[in-house]
Design a protein around this ligand. Structure first.
Ligand code: SAH
Length: 213
């Protein structure tokens, strides 16, 4: 992603009531933060937040946490949230590697990964959000029947992700498509920013859904 440095975005994030600051102290306490027992869904690498904010809007009986490592894109979601003040969403600026320090066992009901960074070099494979290393982290936070849903237009990354799901001892592939927008799974699909861009270009979108065995 090409990043524009948005001046002051770190300050905006620090001051927003919708961002969680000392996120590791919230482990096991997320339902207290939301003030209800509704299930919690997260998107890792949410960018400007179009997808997860639409989920929050249309699912008031569920809670959402958007995770993004770059302030300059996260701040765009905060601008929207300032206007809308959705009660069922919070944001964290963090590197997803530490996700298991932020959520407790079974605290998360579902994980969305959309157009994640491909890390094309082999030696960076473990940084991909669908690598077995990340799947092991998800095992520590995701309920047994919770799904990880991944969308991308990057075929090599998608093929890698299918392989990883097979290789990982504790995961099973529930379904997948190499062309979401011409498949049964398109029903109810919420477009992300990247998806809109890639669909306009004519790129087929891949999608897979996995869960723990
Ligand atoms: N999900 C959005 C943005 C896709 S770009 C969409 O589909 O439109 C990928 C985003 O993931 C970028 O904003 C990048 O900063 C973020 N990201 C990538 N790796 C991450 C990580 N390890 N931790 C947190 N955010 C990450």
């Amino acid at each position: 992603m090409r990043l524009r440095n948005v001046p002051g975005s770190r300050d905006v994030i620090a001051e927003s009531p919708y961002t969680i600051k000392d996120e590791t102290s919230k482990k096991g306490k997320w339902n207290e933060i939301f003030g209800n027992d509704n299930p919690i869904y997260i998107e890792i690498g949410m960018g400007k937040g179009q997808f997860i904010m639409e989920l929050a809007r249309t699912n008031p009986d569920k809670n959402f946490v958007g995770i993004e490592k770059y302030s300059s894109v996260l701040v765009r979601a905060l601008e929207k949230q300032d206007e809308e003040q959705l009660p069922n969403i919070y944001f964290i600026r963090m590197e997803a590697e530490y996700i298991a320090d932020v959520f407790d066992k079974d605290e998360v009901s579902g994980i969305y990964l959309n157009f994640s960074d491909p890390w094309p070099k082999d030696r960076h494979a473990k940084r991909r959000l669908t690598s077995v290393q990340f799947l092991e982290r998800y095992e520590k936070i995701l309920q047994k029947d919770g799904h990880v849903i991944f969308k991308t237009d990057n075929r090599p990354l998608f093929d890698f992700s299918l392989e990883q799901a097979e290789e990982a001892e504790n995961w099973v592939l529930l379904n997948h498509t190499f062309d979401l927008h011409n498949s049964e799974y398109v029903e109810g699909n919420i477009m992300t920013e990247y998806e809109t861009k890639f669909v306009e270009k004519g790129n087929p979108i891949c999608r897979m859904e996995i869960m723990q065995k």
